[in-house]
Design a protein around this ligand. Structure first.
Ligand code: HSE
Length: 427
């Protein structure tokens, strides 16, 4: 029998517009293939012209969240406003009135998932968030419904398209960071204020949600180490490439015997790593499960129709099911103090130094590495100018604290002009 569900869309921006388009254009297709008849009952959008231009009938434009919540034909409320201001109030109102909520809002979810879940549970309402992480890539359903057989050991991904676009252009076109950012802004990938993307906040929100699901433990954003891409130079990207590595902003989560580690930072991966060929604004997530081994999902992490695809998938799921997913871990705001976190990460390093070009410098530097029991895998002198030489050192795996201490000592050597770059390598 055909199930029926009425939807309200809060916000008809890029993603709201894409969602409206998919829901209205594919209504017959969903009836046939999914056995659900989904109707858009109303929208909440300040810009009436925008709503009308998308084909929304004027009488379906609600004037307040109260009107949406009081509408008995609305079962599912789609929130695509973004941010944690009005979006949070609207989502809370919808849940309190017993509506199921579907959201694409990673910041809201990363910061307020526990409280929203409490409200949802009280009313036996659904709370769906596939579109909050990695846009059109069905990573959340994969983690919840496709990987149950596994203990997930690691999650590693390119989960921010803007920074991937910038890094790709710096690598392929030799653009500076500033040039690539400007083009990303012109294309609408990066916002006028690009901080959320380029400083890694967006990826941090996503990683906290994804690693909570992957490891079945609440990972708060405060637990995620974060470093953005603003200090990255095209010289290091090019040099790394020559030495066999491609630079990506990775979100990395690992659940090890020592504890959980979750981090977002620029990372060199081997040129042969599948993540190395994920270019432009594309996203990808690599998972390792103890039963299935490796899985990789690839696709668009943003955009009207890709993100709309994830939202509509949640809407259809909500329309077809009466029982909803709630976190199986202790989902509280401060996390769970039983969970141990690792903060002194282990990785290989790419280090670039500018040194005076004179006898004995290398041996002094190597001596400091040896003294700290750090092992060098490769050394390359890459350029000489005005009596200075640029040296790149690739280390074997070492602890963050040890490498930082050693670099500090190296930077104090009188023959060392500066430590220009220190970038983790993940392989
Ligand atoms: N700004 C994000 C990105 C998309 O560049 O991937 C939405 O999270």
């Amino acid at each position: 029998m055909l199930k029926k569900a009425g939807v309200a869309i809060l916000g008809l921006g890029v993603v709201g517009g894409g969602t409206y388009q998919i829901l209205t254009q594919n209504r017959e297709y969903f009836k046939k293939t999914q056995g659900v008849d989904i109707t858009v009952e109303c929208v909440l959008e300040k810009n009436k012209e925008r709503a009308i231009s998308l084909g929304v009938a004027e009488e379906k434009i609600a004037s307040s969240i109260e009107e949406v919540c009081a509408n008995p034909n609305v079962d599912i409320v789609v929130e695509v406003i973004g941010g944690t201001g009005v979006a949070k109030l609207f989502v809370e109102s919808a849940l309190k009135s017993g509506k199921t909520v579907v959201t694409s809002n990673k910041e809201l979810f990363a910061k307020h998932w526990p409280e929203l879940e409490v409200e949802a549970k009280k009313m036996n309402a659904g709370l769906f968030f596939e579109a909050s992480c990695v846009g059109g890539v069905p990573i959340i359903r994969t983690l919840i419904d496709g990987m149950q057989a596994n203990k997930i050991l690691s999650i590693k991904g390119i989960i921010n398209g803007t920074t991937n676009y910038i890094l790709t252009k710096m690598a392929d076109e030799g653009w500076s960071y500033e040039e690539a950012l400007k083009e990303a802004q012109r294309l609408g990938y990066a916002e006028f204020n690009p901080t959320a993307d380029v400083e890694g906040f967006d990826a941090t929100y996503k990683l906290s949600i994804l690693s909570s699901l992957a490891f079945n433990k609440k990972i708060c954003i405060e637990n995620v180490y974060r470093e953005g891409i603003t200090a990255i130079t095209k010289e290091d990207i090019a040099q790394g490439k020559e030495m066999g590595y491609t630079l990506k902003l990775l979100g990395i989560g690992k659940d090890t015997e020592k504890g959980v580690e979750v981090r977002v930072h620029p990372t060199f991966v081997k040129n042969s790593d599948p993540l190395a060929s994920v270019n432009d604004s594309f996203n990808a997530v690599h998972l390792v499960g103890d039963a299935v081994g490796e899985i990789m999902l690839y696709g668009r992490g943003a955009g009207a129709l890709p993100t709309g695809s994830a939202i509509v998938s949640d809407v259809i799921f909500a329309a077809k099911h009466n029982e909803y997913f709630y976190a199986s871990f202790e989902n509280n705001k401060k996390g769970n103090n039983q969970v141990k976190f690792v903060s002194d990460f282990t990785s290989k390093y790419y280090i670039r130094l500018t040194v005076k070009d004179m006898p004995g410098v290398l041996s002094k530097i190597a001596g400091l590495f040896a003294k700290s029991n750090l092992s060098i895998a490769e050394v390359k002198q890459v350029a000489i100018s005005e009596g200075n030489a640029q040296i790149v050192i690739i280390t074997h795996a070492c602890n963050e604290s040890a490498i930082n201490k050693t670099l500090n000592k190296i930077s104090n050597l009188e023959e060392v002009v500066g430590v220009n770059a220190s970038i983790r390598i993940e392989d």
